[in-house]
Write a protein of this length. Structure first.
Length: 84
């Protein structure tokens, strides 16, 4: 969770809220689906596994989104410096 906060805040600060929303919806859908599969046979351990998996999915998606945004910003900065 401590990794999610700076990534989400960066994306929100750069106007990418819609992508954070989409990542959150994908994570939630994953959590619900995996909970439905794992809770009946495994109980609380299944619920915990689903939570960890959905959190990992969310962190991975927002991490990739933030990395893409940073790469674009760096490329634009390099392009501006090359024109000078």
């Amino acid at each position: 969770m401590c990794v999610n906060v700076p990534l989400v805040r960066y994306l929100m600060a750069t106007g990418q809220e819609r992508y954070v929303w989409r990542a959150l919806m994908a994570s939630t859908a994953c959590n619900v689906a995996v909970n439905l599969l794992l809770i009946p046979p495994h109980g609380a351990v299944g619920a915990a596994t689903a939570r960890l998996g959905s959190s990992a999915l969310f962190t991975g998606v927002v991490g990739i989104l933030a990395l893409q945004r940073i790469r674009r910003a760096v490329a634009a900065e390099v392009e501006v410096n090359d024109e000078r």
